[in-house]
Design a protein around this ligand. Structure first.
Ligand code: GLU
Length: 323
């Protein structure tokens, strides 16, 4: 039987705001295996919109370290491809077009609330960074009130969130649902300085890059319902989502500095080889025995995402004193 399903397309979406740590590397490994084991294509998209936090030189370093780990991609800022540009900062036209469509439909409205509040809400892809529910202060302003406020300062833009839960099926967690209206409220899609928020940029770019499979850390699980609302509002096809558990230290807490050497670069500088680092990530993911020495390509045959353990991956970074 002929299949009309689109070819599998996955992506890496690193933010060049901090060094590549074992948690990001493990998510990247699983995203790579998930796509490569199904004969799909991978795009590298650099999420560099968070101006003040983006550090020069980090993009090149992250890409180089991912390659050192044996991961590769078919499209990206360094290799080109048909869906470029592959840096979010160069995709302003796509983001602005989507914002216009939301405004034209009355689905985005200007918000004049304090800059600090908006800055926090707009660049917070991770649940723990988010503030309280937006109370809807600017939702019902009259045209005259808007014009009056806009004369004093440019507004941010919020998405008008419909009431009710937004269920979706996650490839790892199964049925999930979040009530965006009740928890987050109308969220920011563009800042007053014109920079699109993570939620809008990620949806627009994943859709424009024809991404069929989004695999990322489950700290982004609560964002998914927001993103689904944007896919629907913009009339874009939704990808499949799979959110993998985070990496934790031996004490079960989210991996942090106090657990020891955590960045791929640090381990490399200490002389730890790529097969040992990949082996650590793979054994923490139930894909290889403890202390295995493997490369990603060794793990492709027989990889199944549903065999990855449900509980967070435990890594004892501090154990890395010798290669
Ligand atoms: N750029 C985000 C991060 O580094 C990932 C966004 C996503 O995968 O949707 O946390």
């Amino acid at each position: 039987m002929l299949s009309h399903a689109p070819a599998i397309r996955g992506r890496f979406a690193p933010s060049p705001t901090g060094p590549l740590h074992l948690g990001n590397a493990r998510t990247a490994l699983l995203a790579w295996l998930d796509v490569r084991s199904r004969g799909g294509t991978l795009a590298m998209r650099v999420e560099d919109l968070d101006g003040p936090r983006v550090r020069p030189g980090l993009e090149a370093r992250i890409l180089e370290e991912l390659r050192w780990l044996g991961l590769d991609w078919d499209e990206g800022p360094d290799v080109g491809g048909a869906y470029g540009p592959y840096r979010q900062s160069e995709r302003g036209g796509h983001h602005a077009g989507a914002l216009d469509r939301l405004r034209d439909q009355g689905l985005a409205y200007p918000c004049f609330c304090s800059r600090a509040e908006i800055a926090q809400a707009s660049q917070a892809p991770h649940a723990s960074d988010e503030g309280p529910r937006y109370p809807g202060t600017c939702r019902g302003l009259t045209p005259a009130e808007r014009a009056d406020r806009a004369a004093r300062r440019p507004p941010a833009w919020r998405f008008r969130v419909p009431d009710g839960p937004v269920p979706f099926r996650d490839g790892f967690h199964g049925e999930c649902t979040f009530d965006v209206a009740a928890t987050v409220g109308d969220f920011v899609v563009a800042r007053a300085d014109g920079v699109p928020a993570y939620q809008l940029a990620v949806v627009v770019d994943d859709a424009a890059m024809a991404v069929t499979d989004v695999l990322r850390g489950d700290d982004l699980l609560p964002s998914t319902s927001r993103q689904i609302l944007l896919y629907r509002a913009l009339g874009l096809p939704e990808p499949r989502f799979a959110h993998v558990p985070l990496v934790v230290g031996a004490d079960g807490e989210r991996l942090a500095k106090r657990h020891g050497a955590l960045s791929v670069g640090e381990l490399r500088e200490r002389g730890v080889g790529a097969p040992a680092v990949v082996g650590l990530l793979a054994s923490a993911s139930g894909l290889a025995p403890p202390a295995a020495r493997v490369m990603p390509a060794d793990l492709v045959a027989g990889f199944r995402l549903d065999r990855v353990p449900r509980e967070p991956a435990r890594i004892e970074g501090g154990g890395w004193v010798s290669p």
